[in-house]
Design a protein around this ligand. Structure first.
Ligand code: ADP
Length: 196
């Protein structure tokens, strides 16, 4: 499955929780890039040129990285991708990877929230963690890219009938409950224990 949402929508937090509950590995392209930046690898040096400005890392670089990651053993029986695909070219590339592996997407989950709420959340996170791409002009640029490019990705999955939209506003647990409920409706992959 995929989790898609604008910057600040809490997709990383929810991805970790879904991963625990469903027992599938969560793979975040943003986390992989940040780990490479920190480790000073060639991939990190390349990615950093884009990330600090809030731009997308080029598809050629990102696609290759995702293909490598998905070929690892822990992704063989399913995975939750967080932060990929963000462009239509990435959707096409992922379709190719999945077809070659005889895998199919179950659910695409979109977390929604309005821009002003997102900006204020991200400015709050910037004060706490100091992520280098969390300042107001870069945040607004990341949001613009989401609207310009990633909403088309969401629309594509909606047409395929596998999109589940969840309101990302509210407490973390509340959103997790909504997410798990919505996944269960969409794909039947999660059945809450009786009484929940
Ligand atoms: P956010 O969604 O808040 O922007 P992420 O941690 O998901 O944060 O991503 C951080 C940065 O990593 C992005 O701004 C972009 O530069 C890069 N990145 C992550 N995923 C992708 C992707 N699928 N395609 C291109 N760039 C990506």
């Amino acid at each position: 499955m995929l989790i898609i949402g604008p910057p600040g929508s809490g997709k990383g937090t929810q991805a970790e929780r879904i991963s625990e509950r469903l027992g599938v590995v969560a793979i975040s392209t943003g986390d992989i890039f940040r780990a490479n930046v920190k480790g000073g690898t060639p991939l990190g040096v390349e990615a950093r040129k884009y990330m600090d400005n809030g731009d997308f890392v080029p598809d050629s670089v990102t696609n290759e990285m995702v293909r490598n990651r998905l070929s690892q053993d822990d992704a063989r029986n399913g995975f939750l991708l967080d932060g990929y695909p963000r462009t239509i070219a990435q959707v096409d590339y992922l379709d190719g990877i999945l077809a070659a592996a005889d895998q199919e997407l179950g659910v695409v989950l979109q977390l929604t929230a309005d821009d002003e709420e997102l900006v204020s959340r991200l400015l709050g996170r910037a004060r706490e963690t100091g992520r280098s791409d969390d300042n107001e002009s870069v945040i607004r640029h990341r949001l613009d890219l989401y609207h310009q490019q990633t909403e088309a990705v969401v629309a594509r999955y909606a047409r395929r009938g596998i999109l589940a939209q969840v309101d990302g506003l509210g407490g973390i647990d509340e959103v997790t409950d909504r997410v798990l409920g919505s996944i269960s409706e969409q794909a039947g992959v999660y059945r809450p224990p009786a009484g929940l």
